[in-house]
Design a protein around this ligand. Structure first.
Ligand code: SF4
Length: 215
């Protein structure tokens, strides 16, 4: 796939999947990002909801005992570690950033539990800034489309696709690809026959999965 086709593809996918209803509260996105590492969305979202219902500010979270946070976020992966990270992250937010989530990558990456992907996610979803968080969906779909080679690491994918896409499309990429990746370009058994970007896609098995939904 060449760069122009990738731009067309992202336009088609984001037109269908980028909605105004998406969550945009930076604190909520930060919590989601910390919880989501090595954890499926279907586990992360309920855990995030339970935690934020119990405590929706940095002050309230640091006042919760670790055991209570662990109970609220279980069964996310590494829940013991993440409970401590959440407390440390909230501590840093209070002490260094006046309880507000900062809006630069450099500042975000000083917060415990926040690496490059989570920082990009907060900037992209929470602040509408032109970053692309390359999670498992974005990386898989970029490889299948053929805009990056198979086996490319997320950081490299991020550099390549950020270099191709104009800022306005970058803001929509993670959210749109995540929805598209859950619904159509699924990790296993993608529904290629229903795919709106089939003609652009370079996935070598796409014809095999063309009638997948009828199997
Ligand atoms: S054709 Fe198949 S593999 Fe390619 S983007 Fe669409 S669903 Fe994914």
């Amino acid at each position: 796939m060449d760069n122009q086709d990738f731009v067309k593809t992202v336009k088609i996918i984001s037109k269908k999947y980028y909605t105004a209803e998406r969550k945009t509260d930076p604190f909520e996105i930060l919590i989601h990002g910390i919880l989501s590492t090595r954890t499926k969305d279907t586990t992360t979202f309920p855990a995030q909801k339970r935690l934020l219902l119990a405590a929706n500010t940095p002050e309230k979270i640091i006042n919760l005992p670790i055991a209570k946070i662990e109970k609220l976020i279980y069964p996310v992966g590494f829940f013991h570690v993440k409970a401590r990270l959440l407390k440390s992250a909230c501590n840093v937010l209070i002490k260094k950033f006046d309880s507000k989530v900062p809006s630069t990558k450099k500042e975000l990456m000083t917060i415990p539990g926040v690496g490059n992907k989570v920082a990009s996610l907060v900037l992209e979803w929470g602040f509408n800034l032109p970053y692309i968080a390359v999670d498992t969906h974005v990386n898989r779909i970029s490889q299948r489309l053929g805009v990056v080679p198979e086996g490319t690491k997320p950081e490299k994918t991020e550099t390549i696709i950020e270099g191709i896409l104009p800022p306005k499309l970058r803001i929509a990429t993670n959210y749109s690809f995540v929805q598209f990746g859950r619904e159509i370009c699924r990790p296993v058994n993608p529904l290629c026959g229903k795919c709106p970007v089939y003609k652009y896609c370079g996935f070598k098995l796409k014809s095999k999965y063309k009638n997948n939904d009828k199997l």
